[in-house]
Write a protein that binds this ligand. Structure first.
Ligand code: NDP
Ligand code: KPL
Length: 322
């Protein structure tokens, strides 16, 4: 199977390398020229938790989609704010029968995909894995969270799509490549489950440039996280995905308590703010607020976090510098 990775940054590289290991033909497409050149020349070097370091050769890594051409499957792993523009700028990756699967965080990317593709060609999923781009051609990360049975869950938007065989094949390739994967009927519930994590640790941690576990260890920080958690659970429940706020909060505290004191895991949004970039907050806390409004659920804590990060990402050039 010919698979394109649109947005071969940290997560795209991690997923793409495992698809390659599982036997697919894999094409990285990303505007980060030095990273594409390093992967094209040397392969992708991976330092993954609980695994030997390794370098994986990739079929092609390029910033020019026309060199890759139309794929059977394209995995979308750009940040949400680049979803629309990345599809428009890389149309050569998409043939009439190409299936596109978003494994991005947050809510709202599938709606953008619907502007370009028929519902039968769209898939979506959730990554319970993490990665950081350390240098061109080099990533670190893990293929699944320690407490999670799988690193990725995904499904077609339409259960009886004529392209289902591609989803079945992708699950097999990922598993064979060492990336625990599940083609699932539960993806929507798992998306909210993952959104819970991102709502807690992406935008709030980006605002103060902290690791999630350090934010959680702070008494006042914890009070904010608990309110954010309550709101996301209330909205999910109203939407038909039951999430018990107390239960989720307890489980999250237990997971975080297992992280050693000297470990620091910075979320992808912390890195965006560090690099003074736009963030995905619109798809994270912003999405909780939008969904909350639809169901009449107030989300003041998520709104405050959303507004603050919107200010931050629009005003890097105005920051106090002494
Ligand atoms: N990092 C993590 O641990 C996790 C991330 N995720 C999610 O995965 C997605 C990707 O995140 P992550 O890998 O961290 O982000 P990265 O910034 O590392 O990678 C995104 C890549 O997309 C590239 N890109 C931007 N515009 C385009 C375009 N028009 N065409 C092709 N590529 C483009 C970026 O290039 P450039 O830098 O030049 O803009 C960048 O290399 C996000 O939705 C994130 O929330 C999910 C789970 C964990
Ligand atoms: C998994 C987690 C929370 C951290 O890697 C993430 O999804 C992100 O960084 O965006």
């Amino acid at each position: 199977m010919k698979i394109g990775i649109l947005g071969a940054g940290a997560m795209g590289s991690l997923v793409g390398a495992h698809l390659m290991k599982g036997g697919a033909e894999v094409y990285f497409v990303d505007p980060y020229v030095q990273h594409m050149q390093a992967v094209e020349q040397e392969g992708l070097h991976m330092e993954l938790e609980e695994q030997e370091e390794e370098t994986v050769k990739i079929t092609m890594a390029t910033s020019d989609a026309s060199k890759a051409g139309a794929c059977d499957l394209v995995i979308l792993l750009v940040k949400g704010m680049n979803t629309r523009s990345s599809i428009e700028a890389n149309r050569e990756l998409f043939g009439e029968d190409t299936v596109v699967i978003s494994l991005q965080n947050g809510l709202g990317n599938v709606e953008i995909l619907k502007e370009f593709f028929s519902a039968g060609q769209i898939g979506y999923g959730v990554l319970k894995a993490s990665a950081t781009l350390r240098a061109p051609g080099r990533i670190a990360g893990r293929v699944k969270f320690p407490y999670s049975p799988k690193g990725v869950w995904f499904s077609p938007l339409e259960k009886d799509t004529p392209y289902r065989h591609l989803f079945v094949e992708m699950e097999k390739i990922l598993e064979r490549g060492g990336f625990p994967a599940a083609l699932s009927e539960q993806t929507e519930a798992i998306m909210w489950d993952k959104l819970f994590i991102n709502v807690l640790y992406n935008a709030p941690c980006a605002l103060v440039q902290l690791a999630g576990e350090d934010f959680m260890r702070h008494e006042e920080g914890r009070k904010l996280l608990k309110e954010l958690a309550r709101e996301v659970c209330e909205v999910a429940t109203a939407k038909g995905v039951p999430m018990d706020a107390e239960e989720y909060w307890k489980k999250e505290r237990e997971n975080m308590a297992q992280v050693p004191l000297d470990e620091h895991h910075f979320t992808s949004t912390v890195l965006d703010v560090y690099k003074q970039r736009k963030t995905e907050v619109e798809f994270l806390n912003g999405a909780v607020c939008r969904e909350g409004k639809k169901y009449g659920i107030p989300t003041p804590y998520n709104e405050a976090v959303y507004y603050l990060l919107r200010v931050r990402e629009d005003t890097y050039d105005l920051m106090f510098e002494g």
